[in-house]
Design a protein. Structure first.
Length: 277
């Protein structure tokens, strides 16, 4: 995984150059809570960036942070909150929040500390579904290596987390993918799809470092691919490591945005160690 600042972090650090803030962070949790450890928000007298989960928990944290600002306190502090009915949040868990006065001199340290680790995704195919997936991934902790054999298929204005590459033959790009990349295959051509899947399986033989290889298509398409890949020498155990169709079972819409939502949810399950479908 690599780490790249997210938009909220960039806004926070830019504003911090002009005005000190209080960084509110979730330091420890127990039981059911709105957000996980490491979640943060930056607070100024009349603005905030980020969220620790909303509701009364966040409202009270904002009040406390602004009290710190008003009194010019410079020492970090923390406090414990039980999320019971008396707070108006019935999660039932417990959160320890930190309040930390910060200023421009800490920008470098804060960037390193708060930058989210990003999971690499290799997306083969610049068509409508590929574009929808890139848009759906944008606010989430993923970086995208977007690959197509055709010139001129990638839209302009891509996020800094997206690297577009022209590769012909397209399967050559598989060799250069980072360890741990989640692979999505949806080129304009079934022949290209087959070559990319085969290249992924060859890499898995060598290093077994691609935790997810997903192919867009139907059960019929995959049956045909299984036969052709078996003819290339791949056995049943190797073929079982390819997911086709991709997306969560039960979501049947064919619109690019629907497919993208289903596939991105599947990737989140993979990252979190859940069932990929």
């Amino acid at each position: 995984m690599n780490a790249t600042p997210d938009p909220d972090l960039e806004i926070f650090l830019h504003r911090l150059q002009r005005e000190p803030a209080v960084l509110v962070s979730v330091r420890r949790t127990r039981g059911s809570v709105p957000r996980e450890t490491g979640t943060w928000m930056a607070v100024w007298a009349e603005e905030q960036v980020g969220t620790i989960g909303g509701g009364h928990l966040e409202w009270d944290a904002l009040r406390r942070a602004r009290d710190v600002l008003a009194h010019g306190a410079d020492a970090a502090q923390e406090y414990r909150v039980a999320l019971g009915p008396s707070l108006g949040q019935c999660c039932g868990g417990e959160v320890v929040l930190g309040l930390e006065p910060v200023q421009a001199a800490l920008t470098g340290a804060l960037r390193e500390r708060l930058a989210r680790p990003l999971v690499p995704v290799a997306l083969f195919g610049g068509g409508h579904v590929g574009q929808a997936i890139v848009r759906a991934l944008d606010p989430l902790p993923f970086s995208v290596h977007w690959i197509d054999s055709r010139d001129g298929v990638f839209p302009g204005g891509l996020s800094e987390r997206v690297r577009a590459e022209h590769s012909d033959p397209v399967q050559d790009a598989v060799r250069e993918l980072p360890t741990g990349a989640l692979v999505l295959i949806m080129s304009f051509s079934h022949a290209e799809d087959l070559d990319v899947v085969a290249a992924c399986l060859q890499r898995q033989r060598r290093s077994a470092d691609l935790p997810f290889v997903g192919l867009i298509g139907s059960q019929t398409k995959w049956a045909t691919f299984r036969r052709r890949l078996a003819e290339r020498g791949f056995d049943g155990g190797e073929l079982a490591r390819v997911t086709c169709p991709i997306g969560l079972p039960g979501i049947t819409g064919k619109e690019p945005a629907v497919i993208a939502a289903s596939v991105v949810a599947q990737l989140l399950l993979v990252v979190q160690g859940g069932t990929a479908g």
